[in-house]
Design a protein around this ligand. Structure first.
Ligand code: IVH
Length: 667
C-alpha cells in the first residue's frame, strides 16, 4: 500500500470507528459486535505504525496518549463558569419562578434537567477539533485536563462545526464503574471512594491519563459557554443541536410551561432518582429563552435565570445488630454501629460511627433497634435515631466497658473529653493502629502493607514496633496466608524504598499527637533532620509560624520518652534515613488551592482538629473566618454541620468534605 492509499484507508477507518464509538458510547446502541470494532481498530493501529506521520488527532488510538504530566496547566475561562443558587422546597421554586416572571415581560418557559452529581467540565472545539478540556476550578481559572478527558469515550475528538464552540457539562462515574472501582480498591487494600462524585474528581485529577482511562468515566453536556457561529435562540435548541453534533446529552430533560409542571418533574425524580444508573443530587431549572436569560442576567455568584433544586438528604431504616468497639491510634475507644446492609444515597452502609457513650445514651440507642440512617453531607453515614415504636422488648441497652477490650487496662476519661481512652502505651490495639498509620499513604507509604497484612503480621508476632517492619525477611513473610513469592518480593522492595523517604513522612508516620501531615512538613522543612528536632526546645518549636503550643508541647514530650529514642536508634541502624529532601523553605510554591481564598470550617472534624485544619489552610495562603457570607469561597463541613452549611448551600458556595481537605493536603 502506498502512502496515498494508506491515508485514504486511515481516514475511512477513523470515520467508521468513530461512528461505532458514537453508537456505543453516546447512543448506548452498538450496531456491530465488539470483535468487529477490535478488528478494525487493529487494522488502523497497524497502518499508523507503518505510516507514523499519518496519525490523525481524531483517531481513536489517540485517546490514551501522552506521558504522565508533572502538573496541570491553568486555563482561564473566557466566560466564567458560575454555579447556581439553590432551592430546597416547593416554596423556593415558586419564589424563583416569580422573580423570573417579574424580570421579563413575556411568559416564561423552563427547561428542567437532572442535576448530575459529578464535576463541571468545559470542552473547547476549534474548527471542529477538540482542543482543550478543563475543570471549573474557581469559576474563572480551572485546570487543563485535556488528556484525561480524551479518555472519556463519549467525548467526540472532532465534530462538524466551524469556529469556536465551548460546551459545558458534568463528568461523572456511573454506579457500575463506581462499584467495580471500589471493589478493586478494597482488594488492593486502598481506601474506597466515598461516592461517585469523589471518584470522578479523583480520577480526573490524576496526572497520568492511563489511570483516568481505566476508570470508565462518562459525561453529559448541558450547556454552552461560547458559540461563535450559532443563531439559536433557546436552551432547548442548544440541547438538541449539541445532540446532533454528536455530544452526549441527558435524555430526561423536559420543557415546562408552568411552575406546576416544574414541581411535578421535581417530584417525579425525587421518587425515581434511584432508578438511574448514575447519581443525581437534584434538578436544574433553566429559563428556556436566551433573550430572557440575557434580560434576567446574573447576581454576583449565579444566574437569575436558573436554579438548582437539591434533593433532601436520603434516609433509610435498618436494624442495629451490634455495637463494636474500636481503639484508635491514640487510645480513643469509639463505638461503631454494625448494621444490616442498607442502601442510602447510592452506597451500601453497614457500619456507622456512634461517636461516644453519651450520644448513645442521650439518643437511647439499643442493640436490636430499628434505626434511621442518614448520610451527613451525603458522605459519612450516621445513625439519626432509633425507631422506638418498633421495639419488641428484646432490645438491649449498651454500656461502655470499664476496661480496654484489647488489653484490659482501665479506660479513663481525660479532662474536657467525652471520649474514653486506653492510656496503656503497650496496648496491642493501639500499637497495631499505630503501625497501620505508619505505613499509610501520607506517611511512609509502603505499598502492599494494607491493614489486613499489618494485622496478620502483628498477630503472628512478626511485627510489634515500627522498627520490626524493617527486620522482616522473605522466609517469615512467605509463611503468611495469601502471601506468594511475587507479593513478598514486591512488599520487601516497597519497605526498602520507604527507607529513602523524606523526613516529613517519618515524622507524620510516628503518630505524634497533634502532628498531622502538614505540621510534619513544616517541621521537616524547618529542622531538616530529626536530630535537630530532637534537640529543639519548646520555645524553638513554638517560634515556628505554623506551630502552636499544643503541638510544641506534644513534640517535646514525645522526644523525651526513652522508648522513642530507642525506636529512632533502631530505625536509623536499620537504614531508615531521617533527613528532609523536599524544596527548601525559600523555594516553597506560593500558589495553592487556598491562596487568596476565604474558608469557613464547620461541623465536627474527625481527622483534623479545628486548629490543625486552620493552620494548614493558612499555611497554604488561605484565610479562615468564623461565619459564612458572600465573601466566603469554600466551606469545609465535618459531621453535624448545621446552619453554616445550610447558608453556604443557599449562597451556592463550594462545600468540601473533610476527605477533600485531606486529599488536597495529602497532595
Ligand atoms: S447548569 C450557570 N445543568 O451543578 C451554571 N449544572 O451549581 C450552569 N450540574 O456547577 C450550570 N447537572 O457542575 C447545570 N444539568 C445541569 C447540571 C449542572 C449538574 C452541576 C454543575 C454546576 C452545579 C450548579
Amino acid at each position: 500500500m502506498n502512502k496515498e492509499q494508506a491515508s485514504k484507508k486511515i481516514e475511512s477507518l477513523i470515520e467508521l470507528l468513530n461512528q461505532y464509538g458514537y453508537e456505543y458510547y453516546v447512543l448506548d446502541n452498538p450496531t456491530v459486535p465488539d470483535s468487529e470494532y477490535d478488528q478494525k481498530l487493529r487494522e488502523l493501529q497497524q497502518l499508523e505504525q507503518d505510516f507514523p506521520d499519518l496519525v490523525m488527532e481524531n483517531s481513536p488510538t489517540q485517546r490514551i496518549g501522552g506521558a504522565p504530566l508533572a502538573s496541570f496547566q491553568k486555563v482561564t475561562h473566557n466566560i466564567p463558569m458560575l454555579s447556581l443558587g439553590n432551592a430546597f422546597n416547593e416554596q423556593d421554586l415558586r419564589d424563583f419562578a416569580r422573580r423570573a416572571s417579574n424580570g421579563t415581560d413575556q411568559p416564561i418557559s423552563f427547561v428542567c434537567e437532572l442535576k448530575i452529581d459529578g464535576l463541571a467540565i468545559s470542552l473547547t472545539y476549534e474548527n471542529g477539533k477538540f482542543v482543550r478540556g478543563a475543570t471549573r476550578g474557581d469559576g474563572t481559572i480551572g485546570e487543563d485536563i485535556t488528556s484525561n478527558l480524551k479518555t472519556i469515550r463519549s467525548i467526540p475528538l472532532s465534530i462538524k462545526e466551524e469556529g469556536t464552540l465551548e460546551v459545558r457539562g458534568e463528568a461523572y462515574m456511573p454506579h457500575k464503574s463506581f462499584l467495580a472501582l471500589n471493589e478493586q480498591r478494597e482488594k488492593n487494600e486502598e481506601e474506597p471512594f466515598a461516592n461517585p462524585r469523589n471518584a470522578a474528581a479523583g480520577s480526573l485529577r490524576q496526572l497520568d491519563p492511563k489511570i483516568a482511562a481505566k476508570r470508565n468515566l462518562d459525561i453529559f453536556l448541558y450547556g454552552v459557554g461560547e458559540w461563535e457561529n450559532s443563531d439559536l435562540t433557546s436552551h432547548s435548541e442548544h440541547l438538541a443541536r449539541l445532540k446532533e453534533l454528536g455530544f452526549k446529552t441527558n435524555k430526561e430533560w423536559k420543557k415546562c410551561n408552568t411552575i406546576e409542571e416544574v414541581i411535578d418533574y421535581v417530584n417525579y425524580w425525587t421518587e425515581h432518582r434511584n432508578d438511574l444508573s448514575y447519581e443525581i443530587d437534584g434538578i436544574v431549572i433553566k429559563v428556556d429563552s436566551l433573550d430572557q436569560q440575557d434580560e434576567l442576567g446574573f447576581t454576583a455568584k449565579s444566574p437569575r435565570w436558573a436554579i438548582a433544586y437539591k434533593f433532601p438528604a436520603e434516609e433509610a431504616m435498618t436494624t442495629l445488630r451490634d455495637i463494636e468497639l474500636s481503639i484508635g491510634r491514640t487510645g480513643v475507644v469509639t463505638p461503631t454501629a454494625i448494621l444490616d446492609p442498607v442502601r442510602v444515597a447510592g452506597t451500601t452502609v453497614q457500619r456507622a460511627s456512634l461517636h461516644n457513650e453519651d450520644l448513645i445514651r442521650e439518643q437511647d440507642i439499643r442493640i436490636g433497634d430499628k434505626v434511621v440512617i442518614k448520610k451527613a453531607g451525603d458522605i459519612i453515614p450516621k445513625v439519626v435515631r432509633s425507631v422506638v415504636e418498633q421495639r419488641n422488648g428484646d432490645e438491649e441497652g449498651f454500656h461502655m466497658p470499664e476496661e480496654c477490650p484489647a488489653c484490659g487496662n482501665e479506660l479513663v476519661r481525660l479532662e474536657e473529653e467525652v471520649a474514653l481512652r486506653c492510656i496503656n502505651p503497650n496496648c496491642p490495639a493501639q500499637l497495631m493502629e499505630g503501625l497501620i498509620h505508619f505505613v499509610s499513604r501520607n506517611a511512609m507509604n509502603i505499598d502492599g502493607l494494607g491493614e489486613k497484612v499489618i494485622i496478620q503480621l502483628f498477630q503472628e508476632n512478626l511485627v510489634q514496633t515500627m522498627a520490626d517492619l524493617y527486620r522482616l525477611d522473605k522466609e517469615e513473610l512467605l509463611q503468611l496466608e495469601r502471601m506468594a513469592e511475587k507479593s513478598v518480593t514486591n512488599l520487601l522492595e516497597a519497605i526498602e524504598k520507604s527507607k529513602e523517604n523524606s523526613l516529613e513522612r517519618l515524622l507524620f508516620g510516628l503518630g505524634i499527637r497533634f502532628i498531622g501531615a502538614k505540621a510534619a512538613k513544616t517541621l521537616a522543612m524547618e529542622f531538616e533532620t530529626i536530630e535537630n528536632l530532637q534537640k529543639a526546645t519548646y520555645e524553638d518549636i513554638l517560634a515556628i509560624d505554623e506551630i502552636g503550643d499544643k503541638m510544641a508541647d506534644s513534640i517535646v514530650q514525645y522526644f523525651a520518652e526513652e522508648k522513642v529514642t530507642e525506636l529512632l536508634n533502631s530505625l536509623r541502624e536499620l537504614g531508615v534515613q531521617m533527613e528532609y529532601k523536599g524544596p527548601r523553605k525559600s523555594e516553597q510554591a506560593t500558589d495553592s488551592v487556598f491562596s487568596g481564598k476565604t474558608v469557613v470550617l464547620t461541623g465536627k472534624m474527625e481527622k483534623f482538629s479545628r486548629k490543625e485544619a486552620k493552620e494548614i489552610i493558612e499555611s497554604l495562603g488561605g484565610t479562615v473566618t468564623g461565619s459564612v457570607s458572600k465573601k466566603t469561597d469554600i466551606v469545609i463541613a465535618g459531621e453535624d454541620a448545621g446552619s453554616k452549611l445550610d447558608k453556604a448551600e443557599k449562597l451556592g458556595i463550594d462545600v468540601w468534605s473533610e476527605q477533600q481537605l485531606e486529599d488536597v493536603v495529602g497532595k
